[in-house]
Structures are given as C-alpha cells and as structure tokens.
Design a protein around this ligand. Structure first.
Ligand SMILES: [Zn+2]
Ligand SMILES: [Zn+2]
Length: 370
C-alpha cells in the first residue's frame, strides 16, 4: 500500500515528505494506521546526527493508532484494536529479558539499531524501489507502519489516542526513571534538569512518590508554570544562576538524593554532581552526542558514595507497565491533558524540530494523522 512518511536521508538536513510503498505484514507482524506521533527530543538528536542511525530511515517512536490488519500467526491483537507502540521489543527468552530487563533485550537491541523488522529486512521502499528503514521498529513519522505484534500494547478504546501515544515513550521513560531506575522514596530530595516531555513526567512521578523538594531546572523560564502544575516544588532557571548553591540552600546544605539529567549535556552532569548529597545518584536519561565529553574530578566520589546510572526506557517491562500506567492516566493521576501542548501536520515536522532545537516548545507536541 502507499503511505505518507517523513524520511530522514541525511543527518542534519531535516525530513523529506515522501510517498512510500509499505508491504503487507508478515508472520507475527501487524499493520497499524497511526493516529498520533509525539515529537521526542531523541527524534531531534537522531535528525541532527547526535545519535547516528542507518539511513534512509523513517524515525519517530512515540505512537498510537489502530490495528488495520494482522499477518499470519498473530494472536496478541486483532483488527480494530487501539494500540500504543513500544520502541524496544523484549524477546522474553534472552538473559536480560529473563532477569526482568526487557528494555535491554539482547535479541532485539541490534535489530533496533539496524532499523529492520525482527527477520532483518525492512517493509518500506521509496519511489525508486530502494529500501527505507524503520526507526526503532516503529517508523512513527509515517501514516501507517508494519511492526512485530510484540511491539504494540493494546489499550482501552475509551482512552484518547493522543494520550495513548505518550505511553510509547515519555511517560514510561519518565515514570520508570523514578520508580524503577532510581526507586525514589518518601521524602527523597530530587532535582530534574530539562523540562521536556520526559523531564515533566519525572517530576510527576517524583510527586506521586512524595519526594520533597522536587526542584525543576531549565534554561527557559517559560517552562516553570507547567513544571509546577505537574508537581515541582521549586524552579531554577540555570540560564540566570548556578543551580548548585540554590539547591544547597533549599536542602539545608545537604544536596539532593537524586539528580535526573533529562537533557544529555556535560554541563548538566557537572552541576548535578556538585548538587548531590552524600550517597546521591545521577540518573542519566538524556543522550549526549558522541563528541560531548564530561571533564571533571571524581576524587570525592568514593568518599561521598556518589553514583551515576543510565536508564533506558525507564527500565520498564513494556507489556506489564504500560497498561498499568494507562490505568493511572485514566484515573487522572498523570495529568496528560496538561502535558499535550499542541498538534502539527507531518508537513510541519521540520518546523517542529527547529522550534524544539531553539527550546521554543513546552510540553509534548503530537503529529496528528488524518
Ligand atoms: Zn522518546
Ligand atoms: Zn530478550
């Protein structure tokens, strides 16, 4: 079938809207008609080439839609089901899956990076018949996509699809960073650098865990209002001031127990390191470019028991946690109506990327497929 897609052909050069040919789903694969695709900061990192992916590719990894067709052997979903996608697909059998870390599935990780289906081949071709790769199994910036049936999670039909899209990345990544990677407890002192979609969900999750204080830090003062609405108790604009002494003041000179870097920046890590309390931990969520280096002394780290830990996809178990998070959202706990700031058409995706790069966007912006 013919589909519309934003194709990334060269890092740093933006997306090109193209008509592609999409094959039918094969064994254990499904065809999804997308409804909404979120624009995540990782999409910008891939477009700019800070995260290098094989090209040409249809990126985009935060999607919800409706099952339009199923291939042979599909048992997990049926035509008409509403689904959210997942950008890592646990095989369930490898050592990391068996240890409960399906976000690091040894079977799927390399396939995820190469941009194909699980059989090693793509399902999309361009007008010249050349293959086009699937970003993170999902190929979110396309009107329709084929993906493994294990890459979608069925959700209730009365859950709005624009909220369902957020279940694919920013909600589980933010929630999981707090609940699973850090395991924030009652009264833990928390600071979050970077108030994009994931940073805001970290704040919400920290609030639900009764952390205090929850200090939101961003270069843009305009992001304070939404951060406070989602649960931040304090805000620091680090374009104006060094946040380290302010954090020390707010914590009786002790520092914070958890610093979440939702930016992916050496300067943030340095600020976070000096803001940590003894036995504190930096949780690395944002992704730095390969050329970015952190240059600082770690001499005091063993003395102070300071730690640093990465968190991919919030360490979640996709098919267990996304339905639970959907229930929390349907109860109103996640404040998703505040998180979605606007929608755009796929033809506007380069404009959205530019506005994100200039930090002009607040909350989450979604491509709406009609
Ligand atoms: Zn994302
Ligand atoms: Zn696995």
């Amino acid at each position: 079938m013919k589909i519309k897609a934003a194709v990334l052909r060269e890092h740093g050069k933006g997306y090109k809207i193209e008509e592609l040919e999409l094959e039918d789903p094969k064994q254990s694969e499904v065809l999804i008609k997308y409804a909404f695709t979120g624009y995540c900061h990782s999409d910008l990192s891939i477009m700019k080439g800070h995260i290098k992916m094989p090209l040409p590719m249809v990126a985009g990894h935060e999607v919800a839609g409706v099952v339009e067709a199923v291939g042979p052997g599909v048992t997990l979903v049926k035509k008409g089901d509403h689904v959210a996608s997942t950008w890592m697909i646990p095989c369930g059998h490898c050592p990391t899956c068996r240890s409960g870390m399906g976000n690091l599935c040894l079977t799927s990780f390399d396939v995820f990076a190469q941009g194909t289906m699980l059989d090693g081949t793509p399902r999309m071709r361009d007008a010249k018949g050349a293959p086009v790769l699937h970003g993170a199994f999902v190929a979110g910036f396309s009107s329709h996509a084929v993906m493994p049936e294990t890459g979608v999670v069925p959700l209730p039909k009365d859950f709005p699809l624009e909220h369902a899209a957020l279940m694919s990345c920013c909600i589980p990544t933010g929630w999981g960073a707090v609940h699973k990677v850090a395991d924030v407890r009652l009264g833990d002192r928390v600071a979050v650098w970077g108030l994009g979609g994931i940073g805001l969900n970290i704040i919400r999750a920290a609030r639900m865990r009764q952390a205090y204080p929850i200090i939101a830090i961003d270069l843009e003062k305009s992001r304070e209002k939404l951060a406070r609405e989602l649960g931040a108790t304090h805000f620091i604009c680090n374009a104006d001031v060094d946040p380290v002494p302010v954090i020390k003041d707010l914590t009786n000179d002790r520092g914070i127990d958890f610093a979440f870097d939702a930016v992916g920046d050496p300067g943030v890590i340095e600020q976070a390191w000096w803001a940590l309390a003894m036995n504190g931990t930096i949780v690395l969520i944002g992704i730095m470019g390969d050329e970015q280096k952190v240059n600082m002394s770690l001499q005091l780290s063993p003395f102070h028991h300071k730690d640093m830990i990465g968190g991919l996809y919030g360490g979640i178990s996709t098919h267990d946690d996304i339905p639970k998070l959907t229930n929390a959202a349907m109860r109103g706990d996640l404040l998703l109506e505040k998180l979605v700031s606007g929608t755009f058409k796929i033809e506007e995706v380069n404009d959205i990327a530019e506005r994100m790069e200039k930090r002009q966007l607040t909350g989450r912006w979604l491509c709406e497929w009609r």
